[in-house]
Design a protein around this ligand. Structure first.
Ligand code: DGT
Ligand code: CA
Ligand code: ZN
Length: 568
């Protein structure tokens, strides 16, 4: 479907038709159960936006393995042109021109033609265009390599894992079930889904599991193990053990591999052998099975180590001496200091966001919509910002149970200035500053821009400090030591942005920043009510960064953070 959409675009067809195919493509890609089966049973048209034309094409594809309509398009344009068209700065018109006039059929042709200077004489192009194309190809190749890593966002996998675990727990033969692996450790991305089950009847468990409608196929099955794949393209590993050894398996399968190696080494030095089957005191030759993970750790003289810390980053030493941090938890977060509304690129009104935040139990919510230079988002001028503030004040007076605050996500411009004058910023309850342009500047220059913003007495926090977008864009290189020192000195917070593909600061950066005395805030950057879930992903990253409640400013009441308090 995506291929059809791209071809229609290349062919210069109406945007309306293109969007219909794009929507269907996205819908099918993320659909948890078989689209082919739904089509055969005549249920495809129930999906939003799927009409007769699309249904017919799916049925044709299921029956013949191809779509004639697509075959005809393929005859007219080589498929490699679609990649060329998707390259930033290319688009359908240019792509067609380059195809017809320079004989370019795919990305490699394009690269060669640009290198040999064969594009500069085409209408509307020049030597500069060739340079841009070469740079775009370089970036595209790097990004494609990154996506090949096949890692998926935790937020895209966890809801399905929860469903699977619930289905398993509902089986009469099952005593316990959990997801393990990187997902349980709250890593921002995961390669697959690891499930563990306690049961005395593995055969029945696996048979029931294999019938779940989300599973496309079972790839391998043994006496206590099963490997399957979902329709969303995810591999699932299921392991079943007797309940009295559940702790051993859960511990092993949660990992990380590095943590397990370190734990086993530590245990060995104390005369124990740990495996996925149990703990053996070497002297006695006994074999002790553990029903819970806590017993595994306790047997070898350690406190229980939360999964998020199991990365061999000093957690075993800390557990040995009772110095593990008391990790922050989601309910500790009292307020969200970075959300959007339909005043800029948010999808719903101030009121709808406020009610959603109250439903989640937050005590306060600060609207930080975009500032004027981000014209694409309808960024706010000083006048509109003040109009928004009046509306927020009125709403705050009207709505019970949550305190509403007026702020801004002010853009740090390429030259380092802020996008709004100080006199405007000074009238707000909270200001977060962030970078949306000038990513290609030298890292030191970008740091200067951020540090400059932090030194402004109106600026309270820095949003998504590294600018990374997981699987799409590396962040600029940040000097976290510098940011943390200035944060501590000026009393500016560093944000852990909870968007599933941002999680920025990263856990490692946040841990370092906290060690240098900086305080953080976990925010959702919500653009719609559902995005408040981002607080959960953000807290996961904070926990991986060893942060406690005290490290996060928005675990306190609004009064405790209302004023900027420069530190030491
Ligand atoms: P992923 O799947 O790349 O997102 O990361 P994990 O940690 O989920 O890795 P995975 O699925 O390959 O394995 C699940 C757990 O099984 C892993 O966290 C620890 C354990 N494990 C896997 N391979 C090894 C190994 O070679 N040695 C030890 N000690 N444990 C392992
Ligand atoms: Ca895994
Ligand atoms: Zn934002």
């Amino acid at each position: 479907m995506q291929t059809i959409a791209d071809y229609l675009d290349l062919d210069g067809q109406s945007t309306y038709r293109i969007i219909a195919y794009e929507k269907a493509a996205a819908l099918f890609r993320e659909h948890p159960i078989s689209v082919a089966e739904m089509a055969q049973q005549g249920g495809l048209r129930r999906l939003p936006g799927v009409g007769e034309a699309i249904e017919k094409k799916v049925l044709e594809y299921v029956a013949t393995g191809d779509i004639e309509f697509l075959a005809r398009l393929r005859d007219r344009f080589p498929e490699g042109l679609l990649t060329v068209m998707r390259l930033p700065g290319m688009g359908p018109k240019k792509t067609k021109a380059i195809h017809e006039q320079a004989g370019v059929a795919d990305l490699r042709d394009l690269e060669r033609a640009a290198r040999e200077g064969r594009l500069r004489d085409l209408p509307g192009m020049g030597a500069k265009t060739e340079e841009n194309i070469l740079r775009a190809i370089e970036t595209w190749t790097a990004v494609a390599a990154g996506q090949d890593s096949g890692r998926k966002l935790r937020a895209a996998v966890e809801p399905q894992a929860i469903k699977f675990v619930e289905a398993l727990r509902a089986l009469p033969q099952v005593a316990a079930a959990d997801f393990a692996g990187s997902l349980r450790r709250c890593r921002s991305t995961v390669r697959d889904m690891d499930l563990v089950v306690a049961s005395l009847d593995p055969e029945a468990v696996m048979a029931a599991f294999a019938t779940l409608p989300e599973l496309a196929r079972v790839e391998a099955q043994g006496e206590t193990k099963l490997a399957a794949a979902t329709y969303t393209g995810l591999n699932v590993d299921l392991r079943v053990v007797p309940p009295d050894s559940y702790g051993d398996l859960l511990q092993h399968f949660t990992g990380s591999a590095e943590h397990n190696v370190a734990l086993r080494g530590y245990a060995q030095r104390r005369g124990y052998k740990i495996s996925e089957y149990g703990v053996e005191p070497v002297e006695s030759g006994r074999h002790i099975r553990c029903a819970t993970e806590a017993e595994v750790y306790e047997l070898v003289g350690l406190r229980y180590i939360p999964p998020e810390l199991r990365e061999d980053q000093g957690e075993i030493q800390a557990a040995e001496v009772g110095m593990l941090p008391d990790l922050v938890e989601l309910p500790d977060v009292r307020g969200d200091l970075h959300v959007h509304s339909d005043w800029t690129d948010g999808r719903v009104s101030l009121e709808q966001m406020a009610l959603a935040a109250r439903d989640r139990g937050l005590d306060y919510l600060c609207f930080c919509d975009h500032s004027q230079s981000l014209a694409m988002t309808g960024g706010l001028s000083p006048e509109r910002l003040m109009a928004q503030q009046a509306e927020i004040r009125a709403l705050d007076a009207r709505i019970e149970g949550i305190r509403l605050l007026s702020g801004i996500e002010v853009d740090i411009l390429a030259d380092g200035r802020l996008d709004l004058p100080d006199e405007t910023l000074a009238r707000l309850d909270f200001v977060t500053a962030s970078i949306h342009s000038g990513f290609s500047q030298p890292p030191a220059r970008i740091m200067e821009r951020i540090v400059g913003a932090m030194r402004n007495p109106c600026v309270r926090s820095v949003a998504h400090p590294s600018g990374r977008l997981i699987n799409r864009r590396e962040g600029y290189e940040i000097d976290i030591d510098l940011l943390a020192r200035v944060a501590a000195e000026t009393g500016t917070f560093l944000e852990i942005n909870g968007f599933p593909d941002r999680l920025d600061l990263t856990a490692q950066a946040a841990r370092r920043a906290a060690a240098l005395g900086a305080r953080m805030v976990v925010c959702s950057d919500a653009h719609s009510p559902g995005d408040f879930e981002n607080l959960r992903w953000g807290v996961g990253e904070a926990r991986r960064g060893w942060l406690t409640k005290a490290d996060l400013a928005n675990t306190g009441a609004w009064e405790s953070i209302a004023e900027k308090r420069p530190g030491h």
